[in-house]
Design a protein around this ligand. Structure first.
Ligand code: VIB
Length: 235
């Protein structure tokens, strides 16, 4: 259940005048932000301490997740207010559906996961919740609500990716590449752009709309934790 943020954005700004709207969103998640970005699963990637079975569970779930994420970005391209925003989002969508798709296919092959298994995989309960939140917020909700979900998903990954990228790369290419994918300059630039876009769009919303956006961000963050928990628990 999403909790109401403790402070409104306006009150947060009174306390911290330099705070950005995106910073306020993170502050609204309470302990979930650290629980997601510092999850044991993310540390195991960089420590080369990932059990194959956990990574297979993760990749199968994540492949169904990013399929729905691609649909979400499609909705956001439609709702984005400017050509520049549509261009940024569609470039990211192109990357997600080409290079990243290729990463999954190569990794499944290396881990002996047959195509019939990952193509037909049913989503687990957490991924189903993710998909509902993503598709409803971006499809039926506002641009700001959908953007908040995308920002949370990408920013969590950039945060652990930058930390794990400081360690020597693990031997398995699928672990090493998963770190690089989330730490490269192009990905940093994209997340920075998402933050700027969210700051601009979010600052001009009414207080009630801002609370709604914060709840989406919070819910997304909570699901990121549950997603890692679900694949890590059996390890
Ligand atoms: C559950 C889950 N949440 C967030 C991401 C992050 N993510 C989704 S697509 C993409 C683009 C570049 O890799 C990134 C970073 C993920 N993979 N799985």
């Amino acid at each position: 259940m999403a909790l109401a943020p403790t402070l409104t954005f306006q009150d947060h700004r009174l306390q911290t005048p330099s705070a950005r709207f995106s910073d306020w969103l993170v502050s609204c998640t309470g302990s979930s932000w650290a629980a997601a970005t510092e999850h044991a699963f993310t540390r195991a990637i960089g420590d080369d301490a990932m059990p194959d079975a956990a990574y297979v569970r993760y990749l199968i779930e994540d492949y169904t997740f990013i399929t729905d994420l691609a649909s979400t970005i499609g909705y956001l391209v439609a709702k984005a207010p400017t050509m520049r925003s549509k261009s940024r989002l569609s470039a990211f969508l192109a990357l997600l559906t080409s290079e990243e798709n290729n990463y999954f296919e190569r990794s499944f092959a290396a881990l002996d996961v047959p195509e019939t298994v990952y193509r037909a995989a049913a989503q687990g309960p957490v991924t189903r919740e993710f998909s509902r939140l993503l598709l409803e917020s971006s499809g039926k909700g506002t641009y700001a609500e959908g953007l908040a979900c995308l920002l949370c998903a990408e920013w969590v990954y950039l945060t652990w990716g930058l930390r794990e990228a400081k360690k020597p790369r693990p031997k398995a290419f699928y672990l090493a590449e998963w770190i690089d994918l989330h730490a490269v300059q192009g990905f940093q630039d994209f997340v920075n752009w998402l933050r700027e876009e969210m700051d601009e769009v979010g600052s001009s919303l009414t207080e009630a709309q801002q609370q709604q956006v914060a709840q989406h961000f919070q819910e997304m963050c909570r699901l990121e934790v549950s997603f890692f928990d679900a694949v890590w628990a059996a390890s």
